[in-house]
Design a protein around this ligand. Structure first.
Ligand SMILES: C[S@@+](CC[C@H](N)C(=O)[O-])C[C@H]1O[C@@H](n2cnc3c(N)ncnc32)[C@H](O)[C@@H]1O
Length: 169
């Protein structure tokens, strides 16, 4: 579920990182809410989806989005090595790497910046004891990790498939 433009329209949010863009719906929604000097870096490993996304950015005449097409782990390392910092990071790619993404994002986020993570309720399966498949357990472990993380203030917003919003202390 994409983040609505109104949710991110804040004078404190100028630089956004999105991990997992698909055809660009959430990236475009967020970029449209940025000020004119804002920037959104969108990461996706799929050139097919990224080309499609770019066609929508062009149609919307939206020029604040920079796409990086490669596995997100590699892009994150490059962003970290070049000391980039963001005001908002949206994590919405492969669930196997959520923990890696989250930990790296904590180094990329500004103090008081937001890390938003999608799909944390996993269709409600995280609270169903009869569900023990790989992905349900990955999300469960991820949620437990964030719950005990004192580096952030956090809450789960139970809309769509569940968002966790973390504010870096
Ligand atoms: C759920 S979709 C993103 C949806 C998008 N955020 C939205 O709300 O419109 C997940 C995307 O993550 C990308 N993805 C999956 N694994 C990835 C990886 N290891 N590195 C980068 N992107 C990845 C997929 O190609 C897919 O486009």
């Amino acid at each position: 579920m994409p983040i609505s433009p109104r949710a991110i329209r804040s004078p404190n949010i100028k630089k956004i990182l999105e991990i997992g863009s698909f055809t660009g719906f959430s990236a475009l929604s967020m970029a449209l809410a940025l000020p004119s000097d804002g920037l959104l870096i969108s990461l996706d490993k799929s050139s097919e989806f990224s080309i499609k996304a770019q066609s929508f950015y062009k149609k919307a005449n939206e020029k604040k989005i920079k796409q990086i097409i490669k596995p997100a782990i590699e892009s994150l390392k490059e962003l970290k090595d070049s000391s980039q910092k963001f005001d908002l990071i949206f994590i919405d790619a492969d669930k196997e790497n959520y923990l890696n993404y989250y930990e790296t994002c904590l180094e990329l986020i500004n103090k008081k910046g937001l890390i938003v993570i999608d799909n944390v309720l996993w269709h409600g399966e995280v609270i169903d004891d009869t569900k023990n498949d790989k992905f349900t357990n990955i999300i469960r472990e991820f949620n437990k990790h964030i719950k005990k993380d004192s580096r952030v203030v956090k809450n789960i917003i139970p809309i769509g498939d569940g968002f966790t919003i973390c504010i870096k202390k």
